[in-house]
Write a protein that binds this ligand. Structure first.
Ligand SMILES: N[C@@H](CCC(=O)N[C@@H](CS)C(=O)NCC(=O)O)C(=O)O
Length: 211
């Protein structure tokens, strides 16, 4: 299978980390977002949304990170994506919530305003956007903290795709100054996930700051 992506992006990173955890080797092709390669006609032919990552398996072209994670985990029996309808729905619940709220409204705006803008030279963070994201972050982190007070992983007692999906937006938590200090369970869980060999093996080099 081939993966098209941009290694520093959390979405490409989480797909590569999950593939490594599953023991699936992916033939990787770089789509350099800093050079606009996501808009090149040959890339648009496999992903008309002009975003990364994209998985290609023979004639099957799959975009959207969550769908890619489920497709990879569905290749063989794995505790990451248990063959149990309630557990899969539970994983999907956390993945859906992450897409709609945790990633979109809380983490991604902090990453963009505080890190991406600096790297690509887009100027200072918009403090209105940052303030709104911090409010959302507190709202969502409380939900995560309460859940992790009851169990060590998001679904059941072992690692699943839910942990990969919820952790991905936190990949640059420190650099984005995400306020994790008040959430001990969340920090402990993130430490467990981030110390997985698959996470470290696929970690991108830290991008430089624009001069
Ligand atoms: N919902 C998509 C979002 C994909 C996405 O926005 N990817 C970013 C990189 S993390 C991208 O390619 N951005 C380039 C652009 O929007 O031009 C997914 O989860 O895969």
């Amino acid at each position: 299978m081939k993966l098209y992506g941009f290694p520093p992006s959390p979405r490409t990173w989480v797909v590569r980390a999950a593939a490594a955890q599953l023991g699936i080797s992916l033939e990787f092709t770089m789509v350099d977002l800093t050079k606009g390669q996501q808009h090149a006609p040959d890339y648009r032919a496999i992903n008309p949304t002009g975003r990364t990552p994209t998985l290609v398996d023979g004639d099957f072209k799959l975009w959207e990170t969550t769908a890619i994670l489920q497709y990879l985990a569905g290749q063989q029996p794995t505790p990451l994506w248990p063959d149990d309808v309630a557990k899969r729905a539970d994983i999907m619940r956390w993945q859906s919530w992450t897409l709609a709220h945790w990633e979109k409204e809380s983490c991604a705006p902090l990453l963009f305003e505080r890190v991406v803008k600096q790297i690509v030279g887009m100027g200072a963070p918009d403090q209105t956007v940052v303030a709104r994201a911090l409010e959302n972050f507190a709202r969502d982190a409380k939900v995560l903290e309460a859940h992790l007070g009851r169990q060590p992983y998001f679904v059941g007692h072992s690692l699943t795709l839910a942990d990969f999906s919820v952790a991905a937006p936190l990949m640059y938590a420190e650099r984005s100054q995400m306020p994790l200090a008040d959430y001990a369970k969340l920090r402990e869980w993130l430490g467990r996930v981030a110390s997985l060999p698959c996470w470290k093996e696929t970690a991108p080099p830290v991008p430089a700051t624009a001069a």
